[in-house]
Ligand binder design. Structure first.
Ligand SMILES: Nc1ncnc2c1ncn2[C@@H]1O[C@H](COP(=O)(O)OP(=O)(O)OP(=O)(O)O)[C@@H](O)[C@H]1O
Ligand SMILES: [Mg+2]
Length: 487
């Protein structure tokens, strides 16, 4: 048991405590209060119901810790907005039982402001951190700026797009520097207008922004003005980098054109094959009857000479038609051992009479001891045809075309070189020549598909193709390596 002196100090301590302490009976009657309650609520609350005395209510409050304390006989904490008639304060009410054996003799309630404030603060901090994380980890760039243009929010994605560090952006960047020219003003104009997604909003607008190096980057921008009441206080923008989207779109467009082109080529091939076929029969007739005339009639020498000329030209036509048929034949990839030299000679044969090659000196240095190469000969014909045509076009019909074949020193590959004495390939053009649709020829003269098809075919054969400029001589050389053993 406490001594009187202890009791005295305990009472003094309770009275000096700068929070309200109220002792209640089980039926909510105020049994005792400390001095702080008397000072703030008046003296005459003892003996009254707590809800009447403290809350001016005629019935118990909906939120009352009493019930829980009585039920559990344990302390309880309850957050209330209007604790002890001070609605502007948000507090917690700490209540605990005074036990007498198993029974609750009375309930003590004390208002406790600090814990609830700490709790709210912690909650706020947590939600702030969450929002910060949300913005920082957004896939799109998020930039917010105040009315003066000072950057307030700048996330990782914005930093990646713009090249500015977050520190730089927050300390020295102005939102106007992000847009080229008068871009920022244009965006603000659109934001203030109701036409682009409602007043204060800008939905899905394509703009350019400048990165740290002054490079222009296409962006899809969603933005909004942040208002406080009616006053504009800041803007926020979500920046989606369109470079990858544009690249994919262009790639798709190219593929589509390529498909259309391939389709056209296929129909052209069929057409050529059809025509060649049609020519084959009459040519057979011409050859047959010319031979008959030469054998069965006693003809003058001059007439014989003329017929010989007809026969020679007709045979030549038939060979051309045969080659054309071979060439245009649309078959699936058929890999068989083939003589590369023969394929090169056949290409030259087909091109021999083209005006473009008339004044070109063709120099063949073919190694006759080459082994056969597993390949699709139709496709290789295309390769040689494209390379020879490119060379002839580069030389503008005048110069020297050299075709060489040899066995690689380790005997694993056949090396083919096709070189010309044209102007060569400019250094800035060289990295692009195998790209589909890359051409330096004027519109209508080249599709830029030739070398990309060549590249695809050589790669499909497990081979390699590179282009180099000749040195010290002028011109370009295409080097192809084809494996002797199939992959
Ligand atoms: N032998 C060469 N000498 C100099 N430049 C060349 C040579 N071969 C190719 N090129 C360059 O490479 C580019 C691409 O060649 P590619 O064969 O793919 O297309 P193209 O010849 O322009 O058009 P297409 O073949 O569809 O008619 C050419 O436009 C040219 O600039
Ligand atoms: Mg070409």
């Amino acid at each position: 048991m406490h001594s009187d002196i202890i009791k005295k100090y305990l009472l003094k301590a309770i009275d000096a405590f700068n929070r309200k302490i109220v002792v209640l009976s089980q039926d909510s009657t105020v049994l005792a209060v400390n001095r702080h309650v008397i000072e703030t609520q008046g003296n005459d609350i003892v003996g009254h119901k707590c809800y009447q005395a403290l809350y001016d209510r005629s019935s118990p409050c909906e939120e009352c810790p009493m019930e829980q304390v009585l039920e559990n006989r344990k302390p309880t904490l309850m957050y209330r907005q209007d604790v002890f008639m001070e609605p502007e304060r948000s507090m917690c009410l700490y209540s605990y039982p005074i036990l007498s054996g198993e029974n609750v003799e009375a309930v003590v309630m004390l208002d406790f402001g600090l814990p609830v404030l700490e709790c709210v603060e912690e909650k706020l901090q947590r939600s702030n951190a969450f929002l910060r994380n949300l913005i920082l980890s957004a896939v799109d760039g998020v930039i917010s700026a105040d009315k003066t243009g000072k950057i307030l929010i700048f996330n990782d994605a914005a930093s990646e797009i713009s090249g500015y560090t977050i520190y730089e952006a927050l300390h020295s960047l102005d939102i106007r520097d992000v847009y080229p020219g008068d871009g920022a003003r244009e965006v603000m104009k659109k934001l203030r207008s109701a036409e682009y997604g409602g007043k204060g909003k800008l939905k899905s607008c394509q703009v350019d922004v400048l990165n740290r190096d002054g490079e222009s980057i296409p962006i899809n921008l969603d933005a909004a003005i942040i208002y406080e009441g009616d006053t504009e206080v800041a803007t926020i923008g979500f920046f989606h980098d369109l470079r990858e989207d544009i690249r994919i779109r262009k790639e798709l467009e190219k593929i589509q054109v390529q498909l259309i082109q391939a389709e056209k080529m296929a129909s052209l091939g069929k057409l050529a094959a059809g025509v060649a076929h049609q020519l084959n029969n009459p040519l057979g007739g011409i050859i047959l009857f010319t031979k008959l005339m030469m054998e069965e009639y006693e003809l003058e020498a001059e007439a014989m000479e003329d017929l010989e000329r007809i026969l020679k030209d007709a045979q030549r036509c038939r060979d051309t038609v045969k080659e054309l048929l071979e060439f245009a034949r649309q078959t699936s990839r058929k890999v068989l051992p083939h003589d590369i030299n023969q394929a090169i000679s056949r290409t030259l044969f087909l091109l021999e009479n083209q005006t473009l090659l008339q004044n070109i000196e063709v120099n063949k240095q073919l190694d006759t001891s080459l082994p056969l190469i597993p390949s699709d000969i139709q496709q290789l014909n295309h390769v040689f045809m494209n390379l020879v045509l490119n060379a002839a076009q580069a030389m503008e019909g005048k110069g020297k075309l050299t075709l060489k074949t040899r066995l690689a020193s380790d005997k694993s590959c056949v090396c083919i070189e096709i070189s010309d004495t044209g102007p060569g390939i400019p250094e800035d053009v060289l990295p692009h020549i195998f790209d589909p649709f890359f051409t330096t020829k004027e519109e209508g003269k080249g599709t830029g598909l030739g070398l990309s098809i060549v590249y695809g075919i050589v790669e499909n054969h497990g081979g390699k193709i590179v282009a180099r400029n000749n040195s010290p001589d002028k011109g370009a050389t295409f080097h192809i390596r084809l494996k002797i053993d199939e992959r």
